[in-house]
Design a binder for this molecule. Structure first.
Ligand SMILES: NC(=O)c1ccc[n+]([C@@H]2O[C@H](COP(=O)([O-])OP(=O)(O)OC[C@H]3O[C@@H](n4cnc5c(N)ncnc54)[C@H](O)[C@@H]3O)[C@@H](O)[C@H]2O)c1
Ligand SMILES: [Zn+2]
Length: 361
């Protein structure tokens, strides 16, 4: 069976009241598709109930772990765009059962329901966190996997990982999708589990789709400062409160900051692309690496706030550099980012954010 026509698809968007899911729902409708939306409004993510911008899609407030709800929602659906997840790195292992329940178990319940309903197409929101550290090259040993940074290294402000073979400094490289997975946190482990579960579903059913490994997403509707928020919103919240943004390590850690409208477009392209065999992982990124320090500096300048303070230290789950190889997304999905760093970060200074979460854990 081929893919349905590229307009007029009916797509179930899970996590549709969330930051990224709400942009996807808007874009799908703007492009003539029919969306069915579901979101559990997790208290970790939502403070004021359903965000105003989600109401136009009349999302069902419900949980992807609810199999009978899914049986109703999947009726007549052409594809699923699975964004629902508990996000962020959290605080300590107390939240591990919740990550596993929403992310691993939720995806398993969804895949079983898709099988019952005969829905064979999936776009899964995965993450760059499945890689752990990015890719590194040693002048002598080529591509190597650095050892995790030791507490002693971090205490001595030796932030850059070194070659496990010769101890030399390594050069960070863009990470391709075939890099080995090395999840470093409960959240990362749960995102990788989602990919594995989806791959097993695809093999068993002949279904397929794309595991979109988003890099650091930012833009309007981003959740405000919580342990589950991304670094851009943490800096933005500090600056809005007149505080100095605090940058860990030496501020030179590289990331790929990708605008949420680009991420939504990658989802649209993935939903309407030719069917792949099985689940294919694809980086969704800007292709333009920047340091965390540059992000803080650019945002401080755009908001007229105090310059960032580099505070050293590093959290146990932090990795040093992760930047993305954008080629597969271009080749397979026709996706390249459109929003540049300066443009996106300048706009982010005044973009509306989502209300504070009801609970901070
Ligand atoms: N924001 C990023 O930088 C980033 C990076 C990589 C991957 N991702 C992935 O993108 C997806 C969307 O993340 P986001 O940044 O929009 O976060 P978000 O918290 O704004 O959105 C996630 C939504 O999922 C909902 N949800 C969680 N568990 C649910 C369940 N069991 N049933 C129904 N709804 C549930 C939440 O209420 C929330 O509205 C997630 O899968 C996340 O892992 C995000
Ligand atoms: Zn070496």
């Amino acid at each position: 069976m081929g893919w349905p026509s590229v307009t007029g698809m009916r797509v179930l968007v899970t996590g549709a009241a969330g930051f990224i899911g709400s942009h996807i729902a808007d874009l799908l409708v703007a492009k003539g598709h029919d969306v069915r939306c579901v979101d559990a409004l997790l208290p970790q993510a939502h403070g004021g109930g359903l965000p105003a911008w989600s109401r136009r899609h009349a999302p069902v407030v419900g949980d992807v772990r609810d199999a009978s709800l899914l049986d109703r929602l999947l009726d007549g659906v052409d594809a699923v765009c699975h964004q629902a997840a508990m996000v962020g790195h959290g605080t300590d292992p107390t939240d591990a059962p919740e990550y596993a329940s929403h992310n691993d178990h939720g995806t398993a319940v969804l895949l079983a329901a898709m099988h019952r309903a005969g829905v064979a197409r999936l776009v899964l929101a995965s993450s760059m966190v499945v890689y752990g550290e990015g890719r590194y090259r040693c002048g002598r040993h080529g591509v190597v996997r650095p050892l995790p940074r030791s507490a002693a290294d971090l205490a001595a402000q030796r932030y850059d990982p070194t070659c496990p073979g010769c101890g030399r400094a390594l050069v960070p490289q863009p990470v391709p999708e075939d890099a080995p997975a090395d999840p470093r946190s409960t959240y990362a482990a749960s995102k990788l589990a989602q990919e594995h579960l989806a791959a097993a579903w695809a093999r068993q059913t002949g279904g397929g789709g794309w595991a979109l490994r988003y890099h650091n997403v930012y833009g309007p509707r981003m959740p405000r400062d919580t342990p589950y928020a991304g670094v851009a919103s943490i800096f933005r919240s500090a600056l809005a409160a007149g505080q100095t943004p605090r940058v860990y390590e030496d501020g030179r850690q590289l990331r790929d900051f990708v605008h949420v409208t680009d991420v939504a477009r990658a989802n649209l392209l993935a939903l309407t692309a030719a069917a792949p065999e099985g689940m294919v992982p694809v980086n969704v990124c800007s292709g333009e690496p920047h340091t965390v320090g540059e992000l803080a500096t650019a945002l401080a300048a755009a908001m007229g706030g105090p310059q960032p303070l580099v505070v050293g230290g590093a959290r146990a789950t932090d990795v040093r550099h992760v930047t993305a190889d954008p080629r597969r997304a271009a080749e397979r999905l026709g996706y390249t980012a459109r929003v540049g760093f300066v443009e996106g970060v300048t706009a982010f200074a005044t973009d509306p954010l989502r209300e504070s979460a009801a609970v901070t854990v």
